[in-house]
Structure formats: structure tokens, C-alpha cells
Design a protein around this ligand. Sequence first.
Ligand code: AMP
Ligand code: MG
Length: 433
Amino acid sequence: MIHPGREDLRPISHCGGSQVTYDEYPMLPVEEARARILARFQPLEPEVIPILEALDRVLAEDVYAEMDIPPLTNTAMDGYALRAEDTARASAEHPVRLKIVADLAAGYVLERPVQAGEAVRIMTGAPMPAGADAVAPFEQVEIEGDEVLIFKPYPQWKNVRHAGEDVQKGQLVLSRGTVLRPQEIGMLAALGRPTARVHRRPRVAVLSTGDEVIDVTDPWQPGKIRDANSYSVSALILKYGGIPLRLGIAPDTIDALTAKIREALDLGADFILTSGGVSMGDFDVVKKVLAAEGEMHFWRARMKPGKPMAFGEIQGVPLLGLPGNPVSSMISFELFARPAILTMLGKKKLEKPVVDAILVDPIKRKDNRRHYLRVWLEEKDGQRLAHLTGDQGSGILLSMVRAHGLAMIPESLNSTPPHFPVKVMILDWPEVA
Ligand code: AMP
Ligand code: MG
């Protein structure tokens, strides 16, 4: 071995006497691996937080209106509140003259009722005075002294907004399970609710493994590579609504990994994500660490990039071991960790959007796995075209940097001709496509 003094790093086939081969671990279809993982997750308990912090969170309560919106019948226009019946005989030649008896701004209530032959100068949003049942807008009237001239009949309730026309007292306005968008946040404010009861955000521990892995802030040394994964994974956690708990890098030893996982548990992690060390040689480290305190499964998913995957739990906290290659870890996150995080947030829609596209480049392969090819999209002559983003190796992070989505090539296809129709899972919508 190239790791002097690291007894724990002997290949798995030398551990415990029996010969263990890679093939003993089942190769699961992506959907089955996903279903087995998601079976371990449920929405987290609710918390009550200020509504602006609740953007993109999921309501854990039904919200009923405690009063009408708008609360009072009010004018939709700046103009003159009047009695509609007073205008019945008005015409351009014979305008009706009404006496202006008051001036009413929005935010105030006029106690004095409007009598026959009277009008009140009124601003948009001001409550209609008693007796008035229509509004003549400024631009349709003329003023002479203390009188307003009305040139046409106004039907009852013309330019008037009724109390409760948006929301009625007692109405169920937002139901449990609603994802709060800006319009829902505005509605909560309109309903007089400064806080909302929402599922709390999952705390997701992130750690990278590997003797060769160093942090972006460490000076570079020969033989080492910079830790891309804990950053891309932390960013994905943030993007989908979780709270990353960054635990740094564990060298490939049982002690180091154990210490990091204990740290994650002490921090109250709801989910632990590791990267690297899930291929055959390293997997034993993860398994040994977790066997001591929890339960560990190891699978392979019938996909590329990404294939080896460790999943299990430790003291009741699920742990997903992502592959070490930077593209594999990101794609495995999108397929398996993302829906788990969304489930904890209380979300029901777990799929990324999928669109039809024409894959311009031909492909050839022979491994019967589902391929997730990184593509960029463009709209051309009414067609959505997908182009490979270059070298598709699982260590080629630039293939993700250039990608709008993942073209999914079914397991059954070993080659596709140029301009082949495919489904593309959108990672981020491009500006045009
Ligand atoms: P492993 O799954 O640990 O065998 O790692 C597979 C490949 O991914 C190796 O070339 C590693 O050096 C690389 N790798 C592992 N962890 C990281 C990381 N955090 N950032 C970038 N590359 C990594
Ligand atoms: Mg490794």
C-alpha cells in the first residue's frame, strides 16, 4: 500500500478474511436507489419565523383570513363619491350639479353621510362615505365654485371596490404545504400575519475525504488537489434551501472520519454528506466507521457519472456518501441529496424540470447505464438543440460549468445518431432555450 502505517486502508478483499468483490454490491436502477434513500426522510418539525425569512419555505399550517380584504368598501379612482341615482339624468348638454361637501384622503373615514345632491372629493383607497355608491373620476367632471358638474349617469358601484372582494373573513387563503413565493409573503402581510409557521431548514453536514484533498485556502503542494466538492455541495445545499455545516476535509483514516462524523452529530446535523472514499478501496473506511455506531449500505447506481454510493444512518441521522469525482458528486447530489433536502423542507415537487431537446452530437457507449450528459441549450429555427459541453469525464468540472442541463440517455441505448431526440433535466434555465 502507498499509505504507510495505515492498516485500515488495506483493500476490502483483505479485510475479515473473506474475499469481497465489487460485484457483490447490487447495481440499482437510479429510481430504486432514490426511493430507498427518500424512504428515510420526512418533513422536519415546524418553526415560527418572520414572513420575509419564510420565502421559499413550506407552510406547516392552514392560514384563514381573520378579516375582509379590503376591510372597507373604498374608491378605486381619485374623483367624486356621489349617489348614483343623482346622476341618472346627467348628459353632456345638461350636466347634473352636486355640492362638494367634504374632502377625503386615503386612510381616513368620513363620519358624515352623503345626502341627495352632494358629492365628496375622494382619493383612491379612501373608504366610501355612507350614502355614496359610485365615483366620478376627476378627468370626467368639471368644477365650478363649490359644485362638481357630472356629464353622464354613473351606475351603482361604478369605480368602487367592495369590502372582501379580494379575500373574505373566514376564508382559507393559504393551505398547509404551500411553498411561499413573494405573492404569498405579501398575502400574509395583507392578512396581518407578521410570522409564518413553516418546516425548518435541514442542517446538512458536508465533509470531503482524501489524503490528497486540500482546502482552497491551503498552499498547493505536489500530489494534492483542491477540495472542489465541499464547496459545490455546500452551494447546492444553500441553493435548495438547506443549511450547510462545513466540516472540512478528513484524511483517509478511520479516526479522522470518525471524529468528523461525531462532530456532525454534535452539531445536530439532520443529514450528513461525505464525498470521496466510496469506491472499493476506501469504502471500507466509511463502512468500518459507521458499522461502529450505525448502519451502512453500499450500492452502485446504474448511472454515469456517479456509480458508487454509500448510504446509511448513524445515530438515526442519514448519511449519503457521494463519489469523489467532482462531476459525479454534483450529479449524485442532484439526483439523491436534493430530493431528500426538499422532502425535509416539506416540499412535494422533487423533480427538476425536464424538457425535450435534440442532441446534436452522436454518442457511443456500451455500459447499459443511464448517462447524464452535460449539455448547453440553444433555440434554433424553432427547435431546442442540446450540445455536449465538451469532455464528459467525471473529473471534468468544466463540463458542469458550461452546462444548462443533463441529457438523459436511457440505459437501453448504446449509441445515438446525430440530432437524436432526448430528455434534458434542467440544472439552471439558460437565458434563451
Ligand atoms: P475517490 O472517490 O475518493 O476515489 O475519489 C475519486 C477522484 O475524485 C479522485 O481523483 C480524487 O482525487 C477526486 N476527489 C475526491 N475528493 C475530491 C474533492 N473534494 N474535490 C475534488 N476532487 C476530489
Ligand atoms: Mg479518496
